[in-house]
Design a binder for this molecule. Structure first.
Ligand code: ADP
Ligand code: NI
Length: 214
């Protein structure tokens, strides 16, 4: 008999077959590996960490008319169908429900060590070399300019600008990517984030320098 993690991998791969590049199976696989990696140090429940990482983007509300219940419910019914014990199912469901960037501003939201680990792993995939690639992929999809020297990136630090739909992709670094380092929950996550953060700062220096023809 296959173990629940293997079964979940098969299920998620199949479900995300046609997902867009930002949230495809490879995003899940990176988050899964990073979460397991962080958990080596943090010593949370490995099964909960693995299943939550694998199922965290199973039905993105953005592509489901804003429905935030679909993903958690789908995760729950799948895990029940492969006979994972109820306590684990409930924990995984809570993690998925409370993991998004938006929900993380809600101070009353649920938390657990496993939740913090998976959230760190998901955030880490938005920064560093991969994070840069994902941002420009998103910007290209939305037909945005890379950068506009008339708009000072620093002016895009506020949360309201997060909703600005025409901002150059470089602004996304200031409105989100450069803020993630200080939002890390775990020590292991923080350590990885520092390195990826510095890589983005170096990248931005180089970007502005090349913009001026250097
Ligand atoms: P999450 O994976 O946390 O749900 P999103 O769905 O908002 O994040 O974004 C998916 C990827 O697209 C992330 O790497 C994110 O940084 C990137 N992204 C989101 N919004 C923008 C934007 N306005 N400009 C550039 N990249 C973006
Ligand atoms: Ni994700």
């Amino acid at each position: 008999m296959q173990d629940p993690i293997q079964k979940t991998i098969t299920f998620v791969k199949q479900t995300l077959k046609n997902a867009e590049a930002g949230h495809d199976w490879f995003h899940i696989e990176r988050v899964f590996k990073t979460a397991i990696n962080i958990n080596q140090e943090e010593k949370g429940n490995n099964l909960v960490v693995a299943l939550a990482a694998l199922l965290h983007d199973i039905a993105d509300p953005k592509f489901n008319n804003g429905d935030e219940t679909l993903g958690p419910n789908l995760a729950q019914s799948f895990l029940q169908s492969i006979a994972v014990e109820e306590e684990t199912v409930n924990h995984v469901k809570m993690i998925i429900q409370h993991m998004s960037f938006k929900n993380s501003f809600d101070e009353n939201s649920f938390t657990s060590k496993e939740m913090q680990i998976v959230q760190d792993a998901d955030r880490l995939d938005a920064i560093g070399a991969i994070g840069i690639a994902r941002a420009f992929t998103y910007g290209g999809f939305k037909n945005r300019v890379l950068y506009d020297p008339a708009i000072k990136p620093e002016e895009h630090l506020s949360k309201e600008s997060y909703k600005n739909t025409t901002a150059p992709t470089i602004n996304h670094f200031y409105e989100k990517l450069l803020l993630l380092k200080d939002m890390m929950n775990t020590a292991a996550g923080k350590k990885i984030a520092e390195k990826r953060h510095q890589f983005m700062l170096d990248y931005l220096d180089q970007f502005y320098s090349e913009w001026e023809g250097n």
